[in-house]
Design a protein around this ligand. Structure first.
Ligand code: NAP
Length: 356
């Protein structure tokens, strides 16, 4: 097998550096003393870049910004010059969108194409690490039943999401497929894919539009005070995920897809961990709601009934052994991740309990 050696004296490019998942990857690269090329939508937005700049000030590494947009062809080429390694994390992670094609699928799919066509044009890039998602492996929880042993592995693809049903999952599936297609048409650079489940844990920036923040906030802001939907969910800590990306970038023999998910958990399990730490100061859900009620209330809560039908009550079953064996991922307890995340939200006034 081809061993890909990445020279750490060369700059490393990361797309979406301002994002939640990317923040900790940037920190890991800076701690290693690397030079980062960060193409962002608005390199002049000092407020949005202040957390990354503070990190760069504290470490041996450095960060240089470029202007780029997923929807603008060729806009990543300049930032890629001289880089042997490219992390492509940028892609919208939003649940409620007005126009799924415009707001999710185009930035994910055209963005991936745009970045990778830039990689094809570059002379220096040897490896691309793509942040995909377990959403490219499984669409709805009930799909696990049709997989061998009822579990999701790197061999499976999501075949049930469409632009009208689970549009975010669809966007991640078509984007990852496009990445493999472009990769297979050449042999200069290799592709390593990271497929995380729901990411939790404190952000480098305490305020984010990532859906991770929304979901966890809702466990403690009263949205679920009458009870939680019977949702099983895979979760992983953002800091452990960054370490997985780092290894995926630099370990010479790594190839293919990697499910990165600490545990197959449940909304109520996460809520109970928070309750143990923060007590009754927040209106955490105490029970699960009957499925028919969740189904009935779905439109009022901004969800589609079809999504409820195909997910609520179905176990979540991802096999994470490849990530452990090949990337050496060590998962911290999910309880620690959720508590640290919620504490950050308290500290920054994102959630306020009765004792605050
Ligand atoms: P996030 O905080 O919202 O980050 C998304 C990033 O994408 C931001 O840096 C944003 O840049 C950038 N972006 C969005 N549209 C863009 C455009 N048109 N042009 C250039 N940049 C654009 O979300 P996240 O949770 O960190 O997600 C990062 C990646 O992880 C995504 O690929 C997501 O699918 C994947 N992922 C996330 C989770 C999770 O639970 N969070 C789970 C699995 C996979 P701006 O600063 O310019 O807005």
């Amino acid at each position: 097998m081809n061993m890909t050696q990445i020279d750490k004296t060369k700059p490393v490019m990361i797309t979406g550096a301002t994002g939640y998942v990317a923040g900790w990857i940037v920190k890991r690269l800076l701690d290693e003393g690397l030079t980062i090329h960060a193409p962002v939508r608005n390199p002049n937005n000092k407020e949005r870049l202040k957390y990354l700049n503070a990190l760069a000030d504290q470490t041996k590494g450095s960060i240089k910004y470029f202007k780029a947009n997923l929807l603008e062809e060729g806009s990543y080429d300049e930032a890629m010059k001289g880089c042997e390694l490219v992390f492509h994390t940028a892609s919208p992670f939003i649940n409620k969108v007005q126009d799924p094609l415009r707001d999710l699928v185009n930035p994910a799919l055209l963005g991936t194409r745009n970045v990778l066509e830039g990689v094809n044009r570059s002379e220096s890039v040897k490896r691309v690490v793509l942040t995909s998602s377990v959403a490219a492996i499984v669409g709805d929880a009930r799909d696990f039943a049709g997989y061998p042993n009822g579990e999701g592995t790197e061999d499976q693809w999501n075949t049930t999401s469409t632009i009208n049903h689970q549009a975010y999952s669809f966007s991640k599936t078509v984007a990852e497929k496009e990445a493999w297609k472009i990769n297979e048409q050449q042999n200069r650079w290799d592709l390593v894919v990271i497929n995380p489940s729901l990411v939790i844990g404190p952000g480098i920036s305490p305020l984010s539009t990532s859906e991770s923040f929304n979901l966890v906030k809702q466990i403690g802001d009263g949205t679920m005070k009458m009870g939680a939907a019977d949702f099983y969910i895979g979760v992983v800590d953002v800091r452990d995920l960054a370490e997985a990306h780092f290894t995926a970038g630099f370990k010479p023999e790594v190839r293919g897809r990697h499910i990165i998910s600490a545990e197959n958990s449940h909304i109520l399990t996460l809520a109970q961990a928070l309750q143990r730490e923060f007590g009754t100061a927040f209106p955490f859900p105490q029970k699960t709601l009957p499925k028919f009620l969740v189904w009935l209330m779905a439109p009022a809560s901004g969800f589609k009934r079809k999504m409820i039908s195909r997910n609520v009550g179905y176990p979540w079953n991802l096999n994470h052994s490849k990530g452990i064996n090949e990337l050496g991922v060590k998962y911290r307890p999910v309880e620690e991740s959720i508590v640290d995340f919620f504490q950050q939200m308290i500290d920054h006034g994102v959630v306020t309990g009765t004792n605050q």
